[in-house]
Design a protein around this ligand. Sequence first.
Ligand code: FE2
Ligand code: FE2
Length: 271
Amino acid sequence: MSSVSDNIKAILSGIPLGISVEKRIERLAGVEAVDRGFVAKHAISVANTASEIARSIGMNEREVDDLAYAVRWHDLGKLAIPDEILRKPARLDDDESAIMKSHTEAGLVLIDGCAPGLLRDVVLYHHERYDGNGYNGLKGEKIPLPARITAIADVHDALMENRDYKNPLTEECTLELMTRDNPGFGRYAFDPFLLRKFISLRLDDAELRFLPHDFDYDRLAELIGDIHPYLWLDSAEHLRETLRIELKYVRETLDMYRERPLEFSPAGMRM
Ligand SMILES: [Fe+2]
Ligand SMILES: [Fe+2]
């Protein structure tokens, strides 16, 4: 298996020195198009969701466009991750996880230090978690706002997407997981203001329905038991129990969001 640094070297060997960041990204997009179309599909979807969140907090169209461009390339570092790891149809071991995590740093090397701060922030910090449990341990508002927006859109898409190592989740399950009152995975991972705005947006979607009361927990546990790297729960049984306990709380929380849509307040903005 080739190493990440070898892959970076190979990719960069095809890119002339001294070209603009945009031209550089065009070249990288060419590499992505060869056999990493699934990375592009995910990134475009995350950029669209991030744009919706950005608009909902009052960013103007210029700011939304800049953010969407940066988010489109948030996972560029995955170009340097060996296929055997990126598409492994099973849970990654510790060494493989460490290699996978290096995609943020790899992305930074690929886009080059001259890239605008917004792009660098999104590439490097999109796996930070509001509670400090992300890749670099940045916490709360120390995480740049564009990266906090990306994190929500990224997790939402990753959970709902069909990947080599997991089945897609419904949006109902996805939102339930993202809002769980659980320090390991759930609402504490995200900026609470942005999460609330995001949930409000999704609740506006008429298609969205919540889990029926006779929901099949065993099936859900089976579906998400293999999700990597977003779940820390170690067994289907553990997950099932956790869901049983928390579902009532989550329902109430989501109902609250539905009944009391958040008014936009500039004081709540953290640009
Ligand atoms: Fe990523
Ligand atoms: Fe991503």
